[in-house]
Design a protein around this ligand. Structure first.
Ligand code: NAD
Length: 455
């Protein structure tokens, strides 16, 4: 009998995982505590924006014409417990309010709901990003609460997908990492992932703590790489060098590589910032806090970039002629912000550097108008007092300065000459180093980018 899978939590990770598992041929039942999400997903509609996900849902959600019918959604824990041989837990693990530590309450609640209903053999597979040691604690909880006793087992299988590429990353991952305590658990997960493994995806079997650590270590490394190049950008700015050239040149060394070496306003989102903080907090609890003190620098270098962009904008405005009343700084100035999401090809605005910059400028008296191709609804919900425009052109209309803060392809393809006609000032600051300086300058703009004083 083919395994029956359930997915608990249908956010960016869970909705994608559920659809991808149906694509791999499994019957899948997915649950969320948010009835709105379940209602939308049951109709094949995606509550967020993720490229390719709606098409994948349409191929599998039961009740949609022509679909495989393998994917269903529910609000019922009883149904999930009865249905699943394997339960993937994909709920959120945000930063605790006022602390660096991870808020495990959503995971704990999900286990608290599911475990007492597990009457038959089942493998519960944690996919959420959690502090090392969580799996061992949750295994104890499962043993205590599940009526099936030892027949209900735990595995940890961290997720590495990137928003914007979530479908591709789930169907064709770089690697699959499983933390297990038994051969049976390993065998079950090999069966689940037989498709990608047959295509050559490495399957790494580890113990619980190692599997948990692989995820946080990978995120710590990526965050460090971004902050490293941003630190080089700060030095380049001071020395009059060009960090983009520097990144190109060091990236040819294949021990370094070109990826994640673009200087700018830094990383954000629902993962990297909170994951490195939770990692530091957990290391502290384990008495290994010294090992991760460098992550404090990584975090503060990253956060500093946002303020530096605000400073750069203020300085650029001070030297730009304007007929408007201005008490200095941003007062009386109009600022167009291109981008609201923390990265392109997503609608996710969690801890978005772009919105952070927009918010700082507004708090300093600037009149900010934001445009983003997919993040407008989420941005409005989180920052209702900012101004919003229906297009890049409308955001730029009458603006004294343009800030490019999320690297959407749409912004690279803008016609700077058309924007120059409607803008009031012709200064563009590239916070992502992805616009073409030559094209903007040719259209009459003063172009400046972070870490590239002479670009
Ligand atoms: P999300 O907030 O988009 O989704 C979480 C979902 O879980 C929500 O729909 C929420 O309603 C639901 N939920 C919360 N408590 C629940 C409960 N007790 N029972 C059932 N459902 C519950 O979060 P996300 O971005 O999908 O992240 C989920 C986890 O995956 C986090 O640990 C995150 O760090 C990790 N992760 C995320 C990504 C990513 O790119 N988003 C990548 C890798 C790992």
């Amino acid at each position: 009998m083919p395994l029956k899978l359930t997915v608990i939590g249908t956010g960016y990770l869970g909705a994608t995982h559920a659809a991808a598992m149906a694509e791999l041929g499994f019957d899948v039942l997915a649950l969320d505590i948010d009835p709105r999400k379940i209602e939308l997903l049951s109709q094949g509609r995606v509550p967020m924006f993720e490229p390719g996900l709606e098409e994948l849902l349409a191929r599998h959600v039961a009740g949609i014409e022509g679909s495989s019918g393998r994917l269903r959604f529910t609000l019922s824990w009883e149904e999930v417990a009865e249905f699943g041989d394997v339960h993937f837990v994909c709920v959120n693990t945000p930063q605790k309010q006022g602390e660096y530590a991870c808020d495990m309450s959503y995971v704990d609640r999900a286990f608290g709901q599911l475990a007492p209903l597990l009457k038959r053999p089942a493998l519960v597979v944690g996919k959420s990003t959690v502090p090392v040691g969580s799996a061992a604690r949750l295994a104890d909880l499962l043993a205590e609460l599940a009526p099936a006793g030892e027949e209900a087992e735990l595995a940890w299988n961290p997720e590495f997908l990137r928003e914007g590429f979530a479908v591709e990353d789930t169907l064709h991952p770089d690697r699959i990492v499983v933390g297990v305590r038994s051969e049976r658990a390993e065998r079950t997960l090999r069966e689940v992932y037989a498709g990608p493994v047959a295509e050559g995806t490495p399957f790494v079997v580890a113990d619980y703590p190692t599997a948990e650590l692989v995820k946080t270590a990978a995120n710590a490394f990526l965050a460090t790489k971004i902050s490293f190049i941003n630190a080089m950008a700060e030095v380049s700015e001071a020395a009059g060098g060009d960090v983009a050239k520097l990144a190109e040149a060091i990236g040819y060394d294949d021990r370094i590589g070109h990826k994640f070496l673009r200087a700018g306003i830094g990383f954000g989102g629902g993962c990297l910032p909170k994951d490195i903080r939770a990692f530091m907090a957990r290391a502290g609890e384990l008495g290994a806090d010294q090992a991760l003190t460098f992550l404090r620098e990584v975090d503060s270098t990253n956060m500093r970039r946002r303020t530096q962009m605000v400073d750069m904008a203020r300085e650029a405005l001070a030297s730009a002629p304007s007929g408007r009343a201005s008490g200095g700084g941003f007062l009386g100035r109009r600022i167009a912000v291109l981008g609201a999401t923390f990265k392109p090809d997503s609608d996710d605005v969690r801890d978005s550097p772009a919105l952070n910059v927009a918010g700082q400028i507004q708090l300093q008296g600037g009149q900010v108008t934001v445009y983003d191709p997919k993040g407008m609804d989420n941005a409005r919900a989180q920052f209702p007092t900012l101004g919003y425009a229906a297009s890049a052109l409308e955001a730029v209309r009458g603006a004294d300065i343009v800030l490019h803060l999320t690297e959407w392809r749409e912004f690279r393809e803008l016609d700077p000459a058309a924007l120059a006609e409607v803008a009031r000032g012709r200064v563009v600051l590239d916070g992502r180093n992805t616009l073409d300086p030559a094209v903007w300058r040719k259209a009459g703009w003063t172009y400046r980018a972070m870490g590239r004083p002479n670009a």
